[in-house]
Write a protein that binds this ligand. Structure first.
Ligand SMILES: [Mg+2]
Length: 419
């Protein structure tokens, strides 16, 4: 089997006005859909970020992939290196993917590796989880990803289906709706939005409403060390972990050494290069893996192994995404023996879908790992065309939550730490 043709299609998907430490989500989130066609007619799929750095990287590499055997992933890595050598990346915010050259490589490799694994599975008649060594679980638990949010985007004619959530009570209502619809057994709140006292109160009300659900809070590095330690003491017995209360190896370690709950991260430790320094400092206790930017699914399995060696917990990070990403996350999570926490997903916030058959279904808060060959999903071509048109009509081709927030508050800075 040899690769014949690559198609990278940028798409824009509707995204609700979700609040975070930097500002607010824009009306559309950007993704790319990758199709890798082999000479036997099989097509491998992948989904990744759709920002301009990622697209630039994917397109540079695509020119070098003709003739590659999808089983030769070391050769793929060499071609990605070659394709991205000397590529300039645009600066982005701390929440933007692909803004560091090393990360751009990890992202491009991960996307094409996913499509190659889909092709391998299709050729062998095996699901990707089996190609990765075999599933150790048939369904992957996900956490409800709760957000403070506005009722509608600026300029929208009506409220979105989720409504406003700008108080602790509204977040509890949101949690009840998510748990009723999806059966989630863990709850995560995106924090760093309001004064810590408000967010602590929100977590306490969630604990009262869901005494048996493990809870997490993620201020996205928006707190000072002092604020983080004080908040963690108040949330003793309420949270299973606190995610990225502060930025920096030393700062995170200062917090970690003063509190009893674990610190999880997708901001302090974001690559293999970060692991040694984090372990040396004792900065974090749980790593949020993400095959999209950690260099793919096999790299995620390597990360899982490192976590088990250093007795670090393992969970999974998410950005706004569709079903191809979700099944890829499920396959790799199913093939990691030491997944110690439910994974994050934005999926319930997305109305659009690009896979045939529509939105995937969670059962009791978990996604059944597909049993069909490859990733186990097919493209809905009409949806892809529609979502690509949506992309072509987009004003902003890079995510900018700070800029969006200035539409609500012209003096908004989006600077960290906030509290
Ligand atoms: Mg996070």
């Amino acid at each position: 089997m040899k690769i014949e043709k690559i198609t990278v299609t940028p798409i824009a998907i509707q995204d609700p006005p979700l609040l975070n430490v930097l500002g607010i989500h824009q009306p559309y989130a950007l993704r790319s859909i990758i199709e890798v066609t082999a000479d036997n007619g099989l097509v491998g799929l992948a989904e990744t970020y759709g920002d301009s750095n990622t697209l630039n990287g994917l397109n540079r590499v695509s020119e070098l992939l003709a003739g590659l055997d999808p089983f030769c992933l070391n050769d793929l890595e060499a071609r990605v290196e070659r394709g991205l050598a000397g590529m300039k990346v645009k600066d982005g915010s701390i929440l933007a993917p692909g803004t560091i050259p090393e990360r751009a490589k990890a992202i491009a490799f991960a996307a094409y590796e996913t499509a190659c694994l889909d092709l391998q599975g299709k050729l062998l008649g095996l699901p990707v989880a089996e190609v990765l060594g075999g599933r150790v679980r048939d369904a992957v638990p996900f956490s409800a990803y709760l957000f403070y949010k506005k009722a509608r985007h600026i300029g929208a004619a009506h409220d979105d289906p989720y409504g406003a959530a700008e108080t602790p009570e509204a977040v509890v209502r949101q949690a009840k709706a998510f748990v009723a619809e999806y059966g989630f057994k863990s709850l995560k709140l995106k924090g760093g939005v309001y004064e810590p006292a408000v967010e602590i109160e929100t977590m306490r009300q969630l604990k009262k409403a869901f005494p048996d659900h493990p809870l997490r809070l993620d201020p996205n590095g928006g707190w000072t060390v002092k604020t983080a330690i004080a908040a963690a003491h108040e949330l003793e017995g309420v949270l299973e972990y606190l995610e990225d209360p502060v930025l920096g190896f030393a700062e995170s370690a200062d917090v970690a050494h003063s509190i009893s709950m674990p610190i999880a991260t997708n901001m302090v430790v974001v690559s293999f290069q970060d692991l040694a320094e984090s372990v040396r400092h004792g900065s974090v206790q749980v790593i949020l893996s993400d095959h999209h930017y950690w260099g793919g699914m096999r790299a995620t399995q390597a990360l899982a192994k490192i976590c088990s060696i250093w007795k670090l917990g393992l969970s999974m990070h998410s950005n706004s995404h569709l079903g191809i990403s979700l099944v890829a996350m499920a396959h790799v999570a199913a093939a990691c023996t030491n997944l110690t926490y439910a994974c994050d997903t934005h999926y319930p916030w997305q109305q659009d879908e690009v896979i045939a058959g529509g939105k995937l279904k969670f059962i009791d808060g978990a996604l059944p790992v597909p049993t069909k060959p490859g990733l186990g999903v097919d493209l809905d071509r009409d949806a892809l065309t529609r979502l690509h048109r949506q992309y072509l009509a987009c004003e902003d081709l890079d995510r900018d939550d700070v800029k969006e927030m200035r539409k609500y508050d012209p003096n908004w800075k989006g600077a960290l730490p906030r509290f």
